[in-house]
Design a protein around this ligand. Sequence first.
Ligand code: HEC
Ligand code: HEC
Ligand code: HEC
Length: 136
Amino acid sequence: MARIGGNQLCRTGIVSLFLGCAVLWAPVVGHSDVATPKIPAAQGGQCVEPVEIMRRDHFDFLKHDRDKTVHEGIRTIKHSLAGCIDCHATKNASGQFVPINAEGEFCQTCHTYAAVKIDCFTCHATVPAVKMSQSP
Ligand code: HEC
Ligand code: HEC
Ligand code: HEC
C-alpha cells in the first residue's frame, strides 16, 4: 500500500511538473496539435518589443513602467498599459470595443490557459480611451 502511495505521489509530481512546463511553453511554441490559446490579432503597427520577448516578459515591462508612473510621475513610457489596449483590443460585429479582459480577448486567453489572475482591470480601462478633445 505504502509503495503504491509513494509511487502515485511521484507520478503526480512528474505529471504536474510536466503540465507546468507545458503551460509555460505551449503559448510560446504554439503547436497546433495542443489546445493553445487563440490570441486575437493586434491593430496598428509593431508591438513595443519583439513579439517573442513580449510573450515572455510583458508583465515585467508593465510593472516596471507602472512603478515609474505611479511613484515617479513619469508618463512618457514605452510599456503603457493603455497602449497595450489601444493596439490589442478588438471590436465586435457592431463596431463596439470588447473589453480586453473578456472571455477570449487578448489579456485573457493566455491567462486562463496559464491560470494567471491579474487585478489590473479593477482600476484600468479595458477598452481604448475615446479621444474627446480631438476635432472631427
Ligand atoms: C488600485 C488601482 C490599480 C490597480 C489594481 C492597478 N493599477 Fe496601474 N495604475 C493605477 C493608477 C492610479 C495609475 C496612474 C495613472 C496615471 O497617472 O496615468 C496607474 C498606472 C499604471 C501604469 C502606467 C500608465 C499606463 O497607462 O500604462 C501601468 C503600466 C500600470 N498602471 C500597470 C498596471 C498593471 C500591470 C496592473 C495589474 C498587475 C495594475 N496597473 C493595477 C491604478 C491601479
Ligand atoms: C502599436 C501597437 C501595439 C502596442 C502599443 C502593443 N502591441 Fe503587443 N503586439 C502588437 C502586434 C502587431 C503584435 C504581433 C502579433 C499580432 O499581429 O497580433 C503584438 C504581439 C504581442 C504579444 C504576443 C502575442 C502572441 O501572438 O503570442 C504580446 C504578449 C503582446 N503583444 C503584449 C503587449 C503588451 C503587454 C503591450 C503593452 C505594454 C503591447 N503588446 C503593446 C502591437 C502592439
Ligand atoms: C501570449 C500569452 C499572453 C498574453 C497575450 C498576455 N499574457 Fe500576461 N501572462 C502570460 C503568462 C504565461 C503569464 C505568467 C508568466 C509567469 O508567471 O511566468 C502572464 C503574467 C502576467 C502578469 C503577471 C501576473 C502576476 O501574478 O504577477 C501580468 C500583470 C500580465 N500577464 C498582464 C497582461 C496584460 C495586461 C495583457 C494584455 C495587454 C497580457 N498579460 C497578455 C501570458 C500572456
